[in-house]
Design a protein around this ligand. Structure first.
Ligand code: SAH
Ligand code: SF4
Length: 393
């Protein structure tokens, strides 16, 4: 049995606003923007309307220059330019995979870097966004978990990833056209990049509210999926305050194995997690919870595991997403064989659950699930530390 690794959510959080200088309007909730506009001299009775107008310019039209906000009076635009900026994180590099997947290395304040991945699909496209630099959790099969340095992203940096992808895809509507009329290249968001989104709840919530708002990015809440390793106390809150779809990194069918794969299981074990999922208020047949299950050779991929999994999730509207393990340098595991994965999927499917096998995308550019890690972050763990935390010899 491995020594209990510390589980912590202590992270560096940067102030949202620098002590001096203009304030960034990106990422502010409607209320926060209203307050900021009033503080800058906007009459109270106009503030709500101004928020709606400015949101449309920023999130629907992609405008970053107050001078272009033509439905606002010129002196008002000048006032905005004096007090505020519209800033999103900077793309440092962009890699395009053979399969069209795009991986962006994104620089945020303080010189830190995170990764954002765009996955094009037939008639739609999914953006996989990061919520933290690195991750405080140390899942033994995950590359991000080997990165020591962690800080929470701000709401601006989270929704900013959607905006920079739309910049790159050229997906801002032409003037005069309703954005809803456009076929969306970026139609779905998954919070499955770097970090544990529920350890950065407020910023993730505020950013996703903007993503869902009809005057914001205007994606349906059903097109947003938040993946958690199992931060039980925040699960009910996710339903209440965000309302998006939920995915859970389940990955094992006994506490013993889950403790080594997903160490947060030592704090909230399988039973506690399943109870929280049973209570997830939105769970219904049309809105199933996704159980993510990484296929690791000889570790969690037996027929017995598949049968135990079915028993455990009984009564929860669920689909099981099988993820072939994506290797990274120094990883202490191997991917299960295709035959093994198919046999596992078959048992689950026959029990009445959808059991799609996730096709790895962007492997040639290390953009697949669990491969993200900013190479520039110097502080990283050694192979020995990774193996010790996984309880491996
Ligand atoms: N921290 C959150 C979201 C990010 S990880 C979470 O853990 O749920 C997104 C998904 O990729 C999770 O299910 C994670 O367990 C999985 N994953 C991590 N490393 C992987 C790897 N090397 N191969 C395949 N999937 C991996
Ligand atoms: Fe963090 Fe998720 Fe990776 Fe675990 S799988 S280390 S929770 S990013």
């Amino acid at each position: 049995m491995a020594a209990t690794a510390p589980i912590t959510q202590d992270v560096l959080t940067l102030p949202r606003k620098l002590p001096q200088g203009p304030q960034n309007l990106v990422g502010l909730t409607r209320d926060a923007m209203r307050d900021a506009l009033i503080a800058a001299g906007t009459p109270e009775r106009q503030a709500k309307m101004r928020v709606g107008q400015i949101w449309q310019w920023i999130y629907q039209k992609g405008v970053r220059d107050f001078g272009l906000m033509t439905n606002l009076a010129k002196p008002y635009r000048a006032m905005l330019a004096e007090h505020f900026v519209i800033e999103i994180p900077q793309v440092v590099t962009r890699q395009v995979s053979e399969d069209g997947t795009r991986k962006y290395l994104v620089r945020i304040a303080g010189g830190h870097e995170v990764e954002t991945v765009y996955i094009p699909e037939e008639g739609r496209g999914t953006l996989c966004i990061s919520s933290q630099v690195g991750c405080t959790l140390t899942c033994s099969f995950c590359h991000t978990g080997t990165q020591k340095l962690v800080r929470n992203l701000t709401a601006a940096e989270i929704v900013g990833q959607v905006m920079l992808a739309r910049d790159d895809l050229g997906e801002w509507p032409a003037p005069g056209r309703n954005p809803k009329d456009e076929a969306r290249l970026l139609s779905n968001i998954v919070l499955m990049g770097m970090g544990e989104p529920l350890y950065n709840f407020v910023a993730v919530r505020d950013a996703m509210k903007i993503a869902m708002d009809p005057e914001g990015i205007s994606l349906s809440r059903r097109r947003i999926t938040l993946s958690t390793s199992g931060v039980v106390p925040e699960i009910a809150r996710t339903a209440e305050e965000i309302g998006c779809l939920l995915a859970v990194s389940f990955h094992a069918t006994t506490d013993e194995v889950r403790n080594t794969l997903v160490p947060i299981n030592r704090r909230w074990n399988i039973e506690t997690l399943l109870n929280a999922l049973r209570d997830y208020p939105k769970a219904s047949n049309s809105e199933r919870i996704t159980f993510e299950y990484v296929m690791l050779k000889g570790v969690n991929d037996s027929d017995e595991d598949a049968r135990r999994l079915i028993k455990l999730i009984e009564g929860i509207p669920a689909k099981i997403n099988l993820i072939p393990f994506n290797e990274w340098p120094g990883a202490p595991y191997q991917r299960s064989s295709n035959n093994r994965i198919r046999a596992f999927a078959d048992i689950i499917y026959k029990a009445g659950y959808a059991s799609p096998i996730r096709t790895p995308r962007g492997e040639d550019i290390m953009a697949a699930c669990g491969q993200l890690k900013s190479e520039t972050e110097r502080a990283r763990k050694s192979r020995r530390e990774i193996a010790a935390e996984a309880g491996l010899p």
